[in-house]
Design a protein around this ligand. Structure first.
Ligand SMILES: NC(=O)c1ccc[n+]([C@@H]2O[C@H](COP(=O)([O-])OP(=O)(O)OC[C@H]3O[C@@H](n4cnc5c(N)ncnc54)[C@H](OP(=O)(O)O)[C@@H]3O)[C@@H](O)[C@H]2O)c1
Length: 279
């Protein structure tokens, strides 16, 4: 049996990744969570793994052949990931969920340093650099409520396009990198099949919700309101990169790795129509 630890197993990529891994024969999936009682995916072994509690790490990673690391969005992510990987057997595969063009802010930026600890871990590694997840649009913590209840998509794009990606496509790439040969030392820039301006996204949301969704283009300052500390910094860096067009270019990496084209936003929204209409 191949044992794979999926950190963040309840998250946007963690759920489809665990499902994809479970569908492969001879794979045991350990589902990492800060609260393993909430891991209810059938066949997945709930596994305590909290970035706040280092004492959970040795048990979670013991005897695993591969680990999917969902980068924790906190200032000490490089140090935390470095410490987690140090405890792994030398041959354990590591797949890091990073972000699109993670080194665009320079080699000493937080995102680049987080990747660097994986590259220098001495373990076989693959880095995934996805664009914005389509699932953000159906996440009640972000857009789902306002989109459905107020008919408004508030976003700060500065007029730039975003090449949205379906988290299920990220999971499909992660599954290959965790289990198959040929992905070691690869940095995969992952996007969906097209780059869309925000008015176009609002049009597609309108069709899926069944009523008009209006785009409200916000400033970065508005986006930062109420945020503080590292969360504020990370949000600012991210939206500055959106405005600079960092998330616009389309890649064909999903198709190259999985053998099938990446999902379009339109098909994702069609799949999500019932959820969007319920709100
Ligand atoms: N969302 C996007 O559009 C996007 C785009 C590019 C890159 N990314 C990157 O992808 C990563 C995931 O982001 P996301 O927003 O999609 O989040 P997510 O994977 O949907 O959720 C985050 C996960 O972190 C886990 N978690 C929370 N607190 C934890 C703790 N103390 N210890 C261990 N695990 C903990 C949560 O699970 P439990 O509550 O079960 O612990 C949850 O599964 C981030 O690094 C983000 O920057 C996101």
């Amino acid at each position: 049996m191949t044992r794979v630890l999926v950190t963040g197993v309840r998250g946007k990529t963690g759920v489809p990744l665990a499902q994809a891994l479970m569908a492969r024969p001879g794979v045991d999936v350990l589902g990492g969570s800060s609260d393993p009682r909430t891991v209810t995916l059938e066949g997945v072994q709930p596994t305590a793994l909290s970035w706040d509690n280092e004492s959970t790490w040795a048990t979670a990673t013991g005897g695993v052949d591969a680990v999917y690391v969902v980068r924790p969005d906190r200032a000490d992510a490089p140090e935390l990931i470095d410490a987690l990987l140090t405890g792994l057997a030398a041959e354990t595969r590591v797949v890091l969920l990073s972000e699109r063009n993670a080194d665009s802010l320079g080699p000493h930026s937080w995102a680049a340093r987080t990747e660097q600890v994986v590259r220098s871990s001495g373990r076989p590694w693959t880095i995934l650099r996805p664009s914005w997840f389509m699932q953000v649009l159906t996440d009640e913590r972000f857009y789902l409520g306002p989109v459905v209840e107020e008919g408004e998509l508030a976003f700060s794009s500065g007029g730039a396009s975003v090449a949205w990606i379906d988290a299920r496509d990220i999971a499909a790439v992660a599954e290959r990198a965790l289990l198959d040969d040929g992905h070691e030392g690869q940095v995969y820039e992952l996007t969906g099949p097209e780059s869309l301006t925000l008015p176009k996204v609002a049009d597609q949301l309108s069709a899926a919700v069944g009523r008009r969704v209006t785009l409200r283009e916000t400033t970065i300052a508005e986006t930062l309101e109420g945020l503080s500390g590292f969360e504020r910094d990370l949000t600012m860096w991210t939206f500055e990169r959106v405005h600079a067009g960092d998330f616009a270019p389309v890649t064909d990496t999903v198709e190259h790795v999985t053998g099938r084209p990446a999902q379009s936003l339109e098909s994702f929204l069609t799949d999500s129509a019932a959820q969007l209409k319920r709100g």
